[in-house]
Design a protein around this ligand. Structure first.
Ligand code: G3P
Length: 231
């Protein structure tokens, strides 16, 4: 079953107590549909949210530092202790250099965190695949937060990313995101070889997030097998 990753970012509807409320909706939908719903929350909300839900809660940022004098940094061990199951790395709104991406992945893996590494292009996805993250999510920055989805605006980018990443490492699942709003967007992404999607505003800003999630999941439904008539 594909993955549906909801990035809470710093949306008001997904901060603090509201983050817990939204996380519980995501959990309800995950249980109902059996889809792997993962949520990424602000690091300051990790403990609060992960204490209330059983679905995987990811951090939105990691710093590849060790215990010691690192004021203001997000220590990998502390993320784990506060309930993180994984982490988003190199999101378009939180870019890192390639060398730091490698360090982030190493440190995250070292403490048992799953890694979703974002990339703006197929080429950068290919470079990141060398580090064997658990997922690569391709997101064209200019479509993030908008109403036109990557699936409809740049299907060729998705197909090329899947091809280039799998040329480097067949084991790395590719996700895509940016502007994803409905089941059609998801259907196209899956058809092009993605194993799931990364979504934010389509859920966090929806009037009815449960309805929005269920609609996205409709695009993940496997095609029904057609029974052959006996002749
Ligand atoms: O991390 C997901 C994200 O960047 C896509 O945002 O609002 O276009 O779904 P959005």
């Amino acid at each position: 079953m594909p993955f549906l990753v909801v990035n809470f970012k710093t949306y008001k509807q997904a901060t603090g107590q509201q983050a817990v409320k939204l996380a519980k909706i995501c959990e309800k939908v995950a249980k109902k549909t059996k889809v792997h719903v993962i949520i990424a929350v602000q690091n300051v909300d990790l403990f609060r949210v992960s204490s209330e839900v059983s679905i995987p809660v990811y951090a939105e940022h990691i710093d590849p530092v060790s215990y010691g004098a690192n004021t203001g940094k997000d220590l990998p061990e502390a993320l784990v202790e506060n309930g993180a199951a994984g982490v988003l790395i190199n999101h378009s709104e939180d870019r890192a250099e390639l060398a730091q991406i490698e360090d982030d992945i190493k440190r995250a893996k070292g403490v048992g965190l799953m890694t979703i590494v974002c990339a703006p292009t197929s080429e950068s996805s290919e470079s990141i695949a060398v580090f064997a993250p658990d997922f690569i999510a391709v997101e064209p920055p200019e479509l993030i937060g908008g109403d036109v989805s990557v699936s409809k605006a740049k299907p060729e980018l998705i197909a090329k990313t899947v091809k280039l990443v799998h040329k480097v490492n067949k084991e790395v699942p590719v996700l895509c995101g940016a502007g994803i709003k409905d089941h059609d967007d998801v259907k196209i992404a899956i058809k092009l070889g993605c194993e799931g999607i990364l979504v934010a505003s389509g859920v966090t800003k929806a009037e009815d997030p449960e309805k929005a999630l269920l609609d996205l999941i409709k695009g993940m439904a496997k095609p029904k097998t057609v029974k052959r008539s006996k002749r």
